[in-house]
Design a protein around this ligand. Structure first.
Ligand code: PLP
Ligand code: COI
Length: 365
């Protein structure tokens, strides 16, 4: 496919879209990841041919041969970002170029073809435009966009596949945690790690999440909302949560988050918060934080707040930390001042209610 027609999506409108009445009912309380829009994006790839057949079509099951490579060796990557309805009724997307860049980095790690960033962003724009009526209205709501790509070649040999399917689906969303923005309790997994040096921790691939599920189940069993992973080498340093990065706020106004050494996902929310926090007068530091230090500083009161952040979770205060040896509370168990302020600032930029000096927001007609 030549560069010129690369962005020419064939639009095949869904002949039987959900009725306006039914859609309104679905949008009352969509939760997270349960409700889907009328359309999806598909773009195919084959070695020797490149990317071809970009389409917007009715969301539908994908026929798949039982020998499709992804079903056996998990060659799959994905992204997550949101579109918002702004106060004036227009639509924004938050940092789609950053997701495009991370998608390329993930593709490289999983030996998959790189989808050009321009095509990635255009695919999101087209889907949001056709399914704009699915964007819920109101605080804490958005249209969650899920681009993903998998090896579709029918072949059982272990090597990078030579055919792929890229798709985007969209899902109206409320708060990720059932309790809304209430503080959560996290479980520090004693047995499981998420990613080792040289592994796929920095890539957003389905396999990372498959491997995290037992640890997350253990967290739920222990009465917690999310698992926290320690580093795989020393089992000492805090890395991230199952689906979120983590920040520590100290009583001298310093904000600390673990550094990107290749085993944690380079979160786009994390990156945005580093910039927003620095601009609002916090000292911002990327350095390792050990579990022992976390506990000691929480108990001494030096550690004032902890929060998790990510596209789905936005910013969620962490109030309580449970581990096999007991538990401790952060800042009296209430959402902290900096956590709440940063959340407000971030959401205001995302929804087009605040200036956007970094050029993070893409406006859609
Ligand atoms: N860490 C993990 C493991 C995640 O799944 C996510 C969510 O995407 C994040 C961190 C946060 O990344 P982002 O802020 O780009 O959504
Ligand atoms: C996201 O925040 O977009 C995520 O991917 C986290 C989780 C839903 C997997």
């Amino acid at each position: 496919m030549s560069g010129g027609d690369m962005l020419d999506f064939e639009i095949r409108p869904n002949p039987a879209p959900v009725s306006a009445v039914e859609r309104a009912a679905l949008l009352v309380d969509p939760g997270f990841g349960r409700v889907f829009t009328d359309h999806m994006v598909t773009i195919r790839y084959a070695d020797g041919k490149g990317w071809y057949d970009p389409r917007i079509e009715a969301r539908a099951p994908i026929p798949m041969d039982p020998a499709s490579a992804v079903l056996h060796y998990a060659q799959e990557i994905f992204e997550g970002l949101k579109a918002y309805r702004t106060a004036d009724g227009s639509i924004t997307m938050f940092r789609p170029e950053a997701n495009a860049a991370r998608f390329i980095a993930s593709a490289r790690r999983l030996a998959m073809p790189e989808l050009p960033a321009e095509l990635f962003v255009e695919s999101l724009r087209k889907l949001v435009e056709i399914d704009r009526d699915w964007i819920p209205e109101g605080a804490d709501t958005s249209l969650y966009l899920r681009p993903f790509m998998f090896a579709s070649e029918v072949f059982l040999g272990v090597r990078p596949a030579n055919e792929y399917l890229y798709c985007v689906i969209a899902s109206p969303a409320g708060a990720y945690f059932a309790g809304g923005v209430k503080p959560v309790t996290v479980w520090v997994s004693p047995d499981y790690t998420r990613a080792a040096p040289g592994g796929t921790g920095a890539a957003k691939c389905g396999g990372n999440y498959a491997a995290s599920l037992s640890a997350q189940a253990e967290a739920i069993e222990a009465g917690c909302d999310q698992v926290v992973f320690l580093d795989a080498v020393e089992r000492r340093y805090v890395e991230e949560l199952g689906g979120m990065n983590v920040f520590f706020v100290y009583d001298d106004n310093t904000l600390v988050t673990p550094p990107l050494t290749g085993t944690i996902l380079p979160g786009i929310t994390r990156d945005a918060l580093l910039a927003l926090a620095a601009a609002s007068g916090h000292q911002v530091v990327e350095r390792p934080v050990s579990f022992a230090e976390w506990q000691a500083d929480a108990e001494s009161g030096r550690l004032r707040e902890v929060f998790a952040c990510g596209t789905a979770a936005v910013i969620t205060p962490v109030a309580r930390v449970r581990h096999p040896g007991g538990e401790f509370v952060i800042g009296g168990g209430e959402p902290g001042r900096s956590t709440s302020a940063l959340r407000e600032q971030l959401v205001a930029v995302q929804r087009g209610d605040a200036p956007d000096p970094h050029g993070w927001v893409t406006h859609i007609r």
